[in-house]
Design a protein around this ligand. Structure first.
Ligand code: CP3
Length: 343
């Protein structure tokens, strides 16, 4: 099958398709016993990412079990920060960067690097994954958006208040902009590299952008996202995700991306009205609703598809990632419900 004929790619071009393609953010992960087995064999999370054999295996696992229409490479948005020279650790509480960027000299020292030279395991994992996937399954590459990467680089981990980041943005815009310029360049080359190695489309995760007011989003995050999206025009279809972003959704539609991923708080029916056919829309089942019974998951998935009402350009997904205590049966119910509902 030609790459552009894969269901996901047709939906991203907003063509009329027989049904909405389906995949789930964080579809590879700890809710799957086969993932936990590979993680135990590898010895840790970064060990899985750095060994293409393990990374490809866990990327393919959910496809084997459920038959989603797309696989997303098993890696993390923070991997490029490590390649740029930052220390990166993962433990049971999540990621930490023990030497966060708190001085101008640290931002100056951050290097923009060649992905192939510094992260060859990413390309190798993509090649191995493609070889192991059914022909009709699309393969997705991804990156963190510059603003979300900056939040990790400056805070040193996941943050609620982003106080160091906010101080840099408001008090030393020049240093903030230098950091964002470097991150945007790295993100663009990382996405290009993934496409060269077999990714059919790319997803840009701006998980923390929704913590900004619309005015601040437009000033401190959007210019760099727009730059990345523009520089990838013609390279591969681009999907942008920004968590809790209903207050600047119309701006996301204007960013030049092929698809916009919706958080579960947004009404997808209204979002289709607001987008006026400019972009494909991805989403937006509440990941916490996967804690309901399989029958209820099926009912709610059908309700979501009824709200979309067969409009072209829908990619069924969650509004955020699968949570770790999710019952694998409920992920199955979600994917089955999507596949049995033809539009
Ligand atoms: O299946 C997939 O979605 C592909 C792989 C993937 C991971 N992380 C694996 C992962 C992707 C696309 C990501 C993106 C990512 N990573 C984001 C953006 C998307 C989002 O969730 O908003 C962010 C913010 C990160 C940073 C990150 N990585 C955090 C905050 C955490 C800890 C939280 C958690 O769920 O544990 C991680 C760890 C992580 N990344 C895990 C996985 C499967 C769990 C690690 C483990 O196995 O212990």
């Amino acid at each position: 099958m030609k790459r552009e004929d894969r269901l996901l790619l047709r939906a991203l071009r907003r063509e009329k398709t027989e049904r909405a393609p389906v995949w789930l953010m964080r579809q590879a992960g700890r809710y799957l016993p086969e993932y936990r087995a590979v993680r135990a064999e590898a010895g840790g999370f970064m060990e899985m990412i750095r060994e293409p054999r393990f990374a490809a295996e866990v990327t393919i696992q959910p496809i084997r079990r459920y038959g989603m229409d797309a696989a997303i490479l098993f890696s993390d948005i923070l991997v490029p920060l490590e390649a740029m020279g930052m220390k990166l650790l993962f433990d049971d509480h999540g990621p930490s960067l023990p030497e966060p960027l708190r001085q101008r000299s640290a931002i100056d020292a951050l290097a923009v690097v060649d992905p192939q030279a510094t992260m060859p395991f990413v390309g190798e994992a993509l090649r191995l994954t493609r070889a192991g996937l059914p022909d009709e399954t699309a393969l997705l590459g991804f990156c963190g958006a510059p603003f979300t990467l900056a939040s990790y680089a400056i805070e040193g981990g996941t943050s609620k208040q982003f106080s160091y980041l906010r101080k840099l943005m408001y008090r030393d815009f020049e240093s903030f902009a230098l950091l964002m310029d470097k991150l945007a360049a790295q993100v663009t080359s990382h996405m290009r590299y993934q496409v060269e190695c077999g990714a059919d489309a790319v997803v840009l995760f701006d998980t923390w952008a929704g913590s900004l007011t619309r005015t601040d989003y437009l000033r401190y995050a959007a210019p760099w996202t727009r730059r990345v999206v523009r520089d990838l025009a013609g390279v591969a279809p681009r999907v942008i995700f920004a968590g809790e972003s209903d207050h600047f959704l119309d701006d996301l539609f204007e960013m030049g991306a092929d698809g916009v991923a919706l958080d579960h708080r947004t009404s997808i029916g209204r979002a289709f009205e607001r987008s006026k056919g400019r972009v494909a829309l991805q989403g937006n089942f509440d990941p916490a609703c996967l804690f309901a019974s399989p029958e209820e998951v099926q009912r709610r998935t059908h309700a979501l598809l009824d709200e979309v009402a067969g409009r072209p350009g829908h990619v069924l997904n969650l509004g955020h990632g699968v949570m770790k205590d999710t019952d694998p049966e409920c992920v199955g119910a979600f994917v089955r419900a999507a596949k049995e509902r033809v539009s």
